[in-house]
Write a protein that binds this ligand. Structure first.
Ligand SMILES: NC(=O)c1ccc[n+]([C@@H]2O[C@H](COP(=O)([O-])OP(=O)(O)OC[C@H]3O[C@@H](n4cnc5c(N)ncnc54)[C@H](O)[C@@H]3O)[C@@H](O)[C@H]2O)c1
Length: 450
């Protein structure tokens, strides 16, 4: 099938690469000419496991900034643009609206085409966009009977985005339109029956369950996405709340979480205590769902509490650091990790940055190391009071404390005896449970986790 992906970011590019691999002709369209030029020259603008290799072999994948020449050949057009938060917490729909307008003003359908919103959008937006595009195309004299619409929320996780795309738990198609449903079921058939050649750079996870296909209406599909993300955030906030009580009473939170996760009704995922959740999705999706509830006079106290626990968690780590360092003002604190999670270069809404800003407000000097996130961080946080170090040892030199802020495996294998030697005082706050506490204490670190 001929596919267009409008928006070639973390979701759009990984989806485009996977759809091209399974045999579709895909064109990635973006308003960012630099991104398109980079992709045309064979380079991935983001870091994802397996992506560079996949793009090198992607003969069915093209890129452009101009949709007008290709839109009337497409069978499926995805909208995968960003939906960040507005200051009031509502989802900012300017990019989705602009993408819809681009489609509405260029499409003149001569064959069935399905327009699919993959971006996470508030309830009712799929239907609203559908109405607007239909009205616009009708005004231009187009055959609207050939237009079909579906919501197809995305569940991939940055850091393993391609694996999640090739081997998804579920594909949700929200549409009452049988043509749209059939087209998307056909598009995804190789993923549903796993009949594609496994890409060498994205091996199949062991013992994965069969991908499930769920058909719903548009609004339920929109809600599935929000309710899933918010539930995962809630699970993390829950274990963080339990971890605070464990710290007071002397229980070991890692053992507690392990014991809880052995119950298949609970499952071990998203049950690791730490610095809390962040990134480009959880915070904005929680805010958007609370705002949607607010618009309908519906209070959601559990979700509000999950947000508050997440904010308090960073204050809890500040208290731990104050307990050990006493005076934070003037102290140098080295952060190992800046990205919001490992295996990605995405630094949007990173809890590490929130924590660093709290320490800077208390007068600390913060220096960040990150295995891949520094290039993005230097752009995004150019105006913040951070400094950056190219190696962990450079960050640690003269430091009064280290904070492990992102769960990069790289930090587990460092020479901590050497790191201790270059530090001013050997305090280590492992907010991601990456290190071996006993080994660090043996070499003289004061080690704390959360
Ligand atoms: N990042 C994730 O892990 C993830 C996971 C699931 C769902 N989502 C959702 O998917 C959507 C996209 O997220 P993302 O992280 O990929 O965003 P992103 O910011 O990485 O990418 C968005 C891309 O859209 C482009 N764009 C903006 N307006 C455009 C337009 N009018 N036409 C063409 N391109 C345009 C931007 O230049 C950018 O390249 C969001 O709604 C997000 O909530 C994200």
């Amino acid at each position: 099938m001929k596919v267009i992906n409008l928006g070639i970011g973390y979701v759009g590019l990984n989806t485009a690469a996977a759809l091209a691999w399974i045999g579709h002709d895909v064109c990635g369209v973006d308003i960012d000419p630099a991104k398109i030029e980079m992709l045309k020259s064979g380079k991935a603008p983001i870091r994802e496991d397996g992506l560079d290799d996949l793009l090198k072999q992607a003969t069915h994948l093209k890129y452009t900034t101009d949709i007008s020449n290709i839109i009337n050949e497409a069978d499926v057009v995805f909208i995968a643009v960003g939906t960040p938060s507005l200051p009031n917490g509502h989802a900012n729909l300017e990019y989705v609206n602009a993408a819809a307008k681009t489609i509405a003003t260029t499409i003149m359908p001569t064959h069935d085409v399905t327009i699919v919103i993959k971006s996470t959008v508030p309830l009712g937006i799929n239907a609203a966009i559908e109405r607007r595009i239909r009205a616009f195309v009708a005004q231009r004299g187009g055959d609207v009977s050939k237009l079909h619409f579906a919501s197809n929320p995305e569940f991939l996780r940055e850091g393993c985005a391609l694996s999640d795309t090739f081997y998804p738990d579920r594909i949700v198609i929200g549409t009452d339109d049988d043509v749209a449903f059939k087209m998307l079921s056909t598009l995804y058939a190789p993923l549903l029956d796993q009949s594609f050649a496994i890409p060498p750079s994205v091996p199949a996870p062991a013992n994965r369950p069969k991908t499930q296909l769920l058909r719903t209406n548009q609004t339920s599909a929109e809600m599935i996405k929000y309710a899933s993300n918010v539930f995962l955030a809630l699970k993390i906030s829950y274990i963080n709340e339990i971890s605070g009580l464990c710290e007071k009473l002397g229980a070991n939170i890692t053992d507690v979480a392990t014991g809880m996760g052995m119950d298949k009704r609970i499952a071990p995922y998203f049950l690791k205590s730490g610095l809390g959740w962040g990134g480009s999705c959880f915070p904005k999706d929680i805010k958007a769902l609370l705002q949607i509830g607010g618009d309908y006079g519906y209070d959601m106290p559990i979700i509000k509490a999950a947000w508050d626990v997440n904010e308090n968690q960073k204050d809890r780590v500040v208290r731990q650091i104050q307990d050990e360092l006493k005076i934070v003002c003037g102290k140098k604190i080295a952060f190992f990790g800046l990205t919001f999670k490992p295996n990605t270069d995405d630094v949007r809404n990173s809890p590490a940055v929130d924590l660093a800003n709290k320490l800077i407000a208390l007068g600390a000097d913060v220096v960040f190391h990150d295995p891949v996130g520094l290039t993005n961080a230097k752009k995004v946080y150019a105006d913040d009071a951070f400094s950056f170090a190219d190696t962990p040892i450079a960050a640690a030199t003269g430091a009064d404390a280290i904070v492990i802020a992102t769960e990069w495996k790289d930090y587990a294998t460092l020479d901590y005896a050497e790191i201790k030697r270059v530090m001013n005082t050997p305090f280590l706050f492992d907010t991601r449970h990456v290190l071996n506490a006993a080994a660090l204490r043996n070499i003289g670190f004061t080690y704390r986790d959360c």
